[in-house]
Write a protein that binds this ligand. Structure first.
Ligand SMILES: NC(=O)c1ccc[n+]([C@@H]2O[C@H](COP(=O)([O-])OP(=O)(O)OC[C@H]3O[C@@H](n4cnc5c(N)ncnc54)[C@H](O)[C@@H]3O)[C@@H](O)[C@H]2O)c1
Length: 321
């Protein structure tokens, strides 16, 4: 590998332009060798914005001509499998947005292909890279670990149906962030009982669960896509310590019965940055992918780990009250 990590990018859409490519643009150890999209206007506009010389409409041609160390595949879950599989089959490292496919089966097969071909992979479960989440989890573990109780909630008002005209259900596509973060806080899950409801509609809108972590702690998932608005909050409890975290704004941490909590803002935890792509974990996950390519070590949210999150989604559906 040359001094710089060579990255080729598939997708010139919303997430690519708003958080991922702006993050790559600030890394001086990265060279973007090509960009691919099917829509010419988006391709050109994104290439100009990030000063990418080589543009393509066919990802196979781009990969062959640019010989990248890693490929980004940033598109809706029902369009990514063929591209991701091609990248991994050619022994190239892969960054995927979440969810990593439409089903746990697809994710398992991608993880298997990555392992067979010796690739590192990163799935964009960005909540794990939010500096405020990391700081609070470390405080809980340092003071009173292991985590003995956890709560992960995600609420939205979602007037539309399941995502992408019904290509994927709400829990697998978006509420999966809360499922993955519950695992991040409490660890792998030994037992689960789910509560799933469609609230009178033709698709699932409410997904709750009670879990027992392998370490013995207890966790609660609370999500609903037909309520007042977007609220995404977490609780992390250890012996003598409790962190209540809203990663968009701030956390309050109570220690040993003290009346007043320690308050930490999301921006302060991110070194004072008020850029969403920094304090909301996007820069961190991109940094983790580039570092993983350089070291050959799998990052925390690699495909094999993402399989466990997608399998927990299945278990929530299958082990209902
Ligand atoms: N982590 C988060 O908080 C978060 C937030 C929003 C979305 N997402 C995820 O990000 C993913 C991407 O969402 P988005 O809103 O950026 O998508 P988008 O639709 O804006 O962009 C996808 C792009 O891929 C291109 N494309 C599709 N098929 C292609 C192909 N075969 N070859 C080349 N280009 C192709 C499209 O033309 C489009 O420009 C989704 O899976 C979504 O779940 C994550």
């Amino acid at each position: 590998m040359s001094d710089k990590v060579k990255l080729a990018l598939v997708g010139a859409g919303g997430m690519a332009n708003s958080v991922h490519y702006p993050s790559l643009a600030v890394f001086d150890d990265v060279e973007i060798v090509g960009l691919c999209d099917l829509v010419p206007d988006k391709l050109q506009a994104t290439a100009e914005k990030f000063k990418i010389e080589k543009t393509y409409s066919d990802y196979k041609t781009m990969i062959e001509e640019t010989a990248p160390d890693g490929v980004y595949v940033l598109m809706p879950p029902h369009h990514l499998f063929d591209i991701a599989h091609h990248v991994l089959s050619n022994g190239i490292n892969l960054f995927l947005e979440k969810p990593p496919g439409v089903t746990a089966d697809q994710t398992r097969h991608l993880a298997h292909t990555a392992e067979t071909n010796g690739c590192v992979s990163l799935v964009g479960f960005n909540r794990r890279y939010i500096p405020l989440m990391q700081q609070c989890k470390n405080m809980v573990l340092d003071h009173g670990g292991p985590v003995i109780q956890a709560m992960s909630s995600f609420y939205k008002w979602h007037a539309a149906g399941p995502y992408y005209n019904g290509a994927i259900d709400i829990l697998s596509c978006d509420a999966v962030h809360a499922v993955d973060t519950l695992r991040y806080i409490g660890g792998d899950v030994a037992k689960v009982v789910g509560d799933v409801s469609n609230q009178g509609l033709h698709f699932g809108t409410r997904f709750n669960a009670l879990v027992e972590f392998e370490g013995g702690g207890s966790g609660i998932l609370m999500t609903n896509w037909r309520v007042g608005g977007r609220i995404h909050q977490f609780e992390m409890h250890g012996e003598g310590i409790s962190a209540y975290v809203n990663p968009n704004t701030r956390a309050e941490v109570y220690v040993d019965g003290a009346d007043k909590p320690k308050r930490i803002t999301a921006q302060k935890a991110a070194g004072g940055s008020d850029e969403n792509r920094v304090y909301y974990g996007f820069e961190g996950e991109n940094r983790a992918f580039v570092d993983a390519i350089k070291t050959g070590q799998q990052p925390e949210t690699c495909l094999p780990d993402a399989v466990k999150t997608m399998e927990l989604v299945d278990r929530i559906y299958h082990n209902t009250l």
